[in-house]
Design a protein around this ligand. Structure first.
Ligand code: ADP
Ligand code: NI
Length: 215
């Protein structure tokens, strides 16, 4: 695999994500990329597809681009073609970018490629644990959402449309998404890494509740 291609992709992504919300910036991509490589060591997979997908997966997140779900695919294709990447690899990478997201979980086809499972696990790992907590509060602040409201219970089993529109509290997001991720992990390595991060979130929620409810 050409080291040059990975380095060029890093440079491209860093520039594109300049000024992004702190939970979806270059450092999120870097963590997901590193986690993807770590998981990939334990699986039989095409590392080039894994690395390119990890690096490009949030290049144009629809929630920061007026819901546009095709922009990321267009930008990624144009970049990969400019790097003379083969059509076969481009197709695999675009499929992963299109299907990695939590909110698309109802629509993803069966028999997913292992490269998608790896990058999805890495992305989900970065959504939980200490980093996950920090990202979630940062996003909530960015949206000016409430941290918590005692009279707003979490909404479970939302449809994709409801999930995107939902203006709940940041604490609700733990119950609506983050605490569900542990059981959605695809790989053994992902499950192992998720367990500790999950425990840490539960502990955090317990403390938060205790401190909120001073008697
Ligand atoms: P995906 O990127 O898998 O589609 P999301 O867009 O739901 O998933 O979320 C990515 C990350 O952004 C979450 O893990 C969380 O940190 C943050 N986030 C998304 N939606 C919310 C929300 N309503 N409240 C707080 N944080 C959120
Ligand atoms: Ni991501």
């Amino acid at each position: 695999m050409s080291q040059n291609l990975i380095q060029n992709t890093i440079d491209f992504v860093k520039e594109k994500l300049h000024g992004a919300e702190a939970g979806h910036d270059w450092f999120h991509i870097e963590r997901v990329w590193k986690l993807s490589r770590k998981i990939a060591e334990t699986e039989n997979c095409n590392l080039e597809v894994v690395e390119l997908s990890a690096l490009l997966h949030d290049i144009a997140d629809p929630k920061f681009h007026h819901g546009d779900e095709t922009l990321a695919l267009e930008i990624s294709r144009e970049f990969l073609e400019s790097q003379q990447v083969s059509e076969d690899i481009i197709t695999q990478v675009l499929f992963i970018i299109q299907n990695i997201s939590f909110k698309n979980r109802g629509e993803v086809p069966e028999n997913l490629p292992i490269e998608l499972k790896i990058v999805q696990d890495a992305d989900r790992l970065d959504a939980i644990g200490a980093i996950g907590i920090a990202r979630t509060f940062n996003f909530g602040g960015f949206k000016n959402n409430l941290m918590y409201h005692p009279d707003m219970p979490p909404k479970l089993n939302m449809s994709k449309e409801e999930y995107k529109k939902n203006e709940g509290t940041t604490i609700n997001h733990f119950y609506e998404k983050l605490l569900l991720l542990k059981d959605l992990m695809n790989t053994e390595k992902g499950k192992e890494l998720a367990a500790e991060r999950h425990r840490f979130m539960l502990k955090f929620l317990e403390e938060f509740d205790k401190e909120w409810n001073v008697d």
